[in-house]
Design a binder for this molecule. Structure first.
Ligand code: 4NP
Length: 161
């Protein structure tokens, strides 16, 4: 256990059934491996409300499982304005998510949303929506997320130090 105030991290996509639950699962694993579960709290949500209460997409669950990560227990919820007060780091997957969350941020203030891939070294700055595509898209999502998660952890470690 640590006496440090935890840092709250929120991942945001559109549906909260593909990209952001995958990011939540991958980043939880990275944080657990670093032994920092007590210092970093993690959640995810979607700007849209269509899938509220649903488990992640089966393809996302299967691809994560191949990497030893279980996201089957997560349930979708919708982004709310209060998230910008509650979370210290708000990470969106694409520019549409950024525009949507930024609109709310302009009204209520709090934590400014950032593109998650700003923490990675890939030339991509968006995690492409895999929902209407094939399995390859889900694999690409995990690769992008895994890489950015390492950069994110490094930056959060600086904040915790
Ligand atoms: P996500 O993917 O934003 O990564 O969860 C999507 C899931 C569902 C839909 C769009 C994107 N949809 O339109 O239902």
């Amino acid at each position: 256990m640590s006496a440090r105030k935890p840092i709250n991290v929120l991942f945001v996509c559109l549906g909260n059934i593909c990209r952001s639950p995958s990011a939540e699962g991958v980043f939880r694993e990275v944080v657990a491996r670093a032994g920092l579960e007590a210092d970093i709290q993690i959640d995810s949500c979607g700007t849209g409300g269509w899938h509220v209460g649903k488990a992640p997409d089966k393809r996302a669950v299967a691809k994560a499982r191949q990497r030893g990560i279980d996201i089957s227990g997560l349930r979708a919820r919708q982004f709310r304005a209060a998230d910008l007060a509650q979370f210290d780091v708000v990470l969106v997957m694409d520019r549409q998510n950024l525009a949507d969350v930024r609109d709310v941020w302009r009204q209520v203030g709090g934590t400014e949303p950032e593109l998650f891939l700003a923490y990675g070294s890939s030339p991509n700055d968006e995690v492409p929506d895999p929902y209407y595509g094939g399995d390859d898209g889900f694999e690409a999502v995990l690769d992008l997320i895994a890489e950015a998660s390492e950069g994110l952890l490094a930056r959060i470690r600086e904040r915790l130090a």
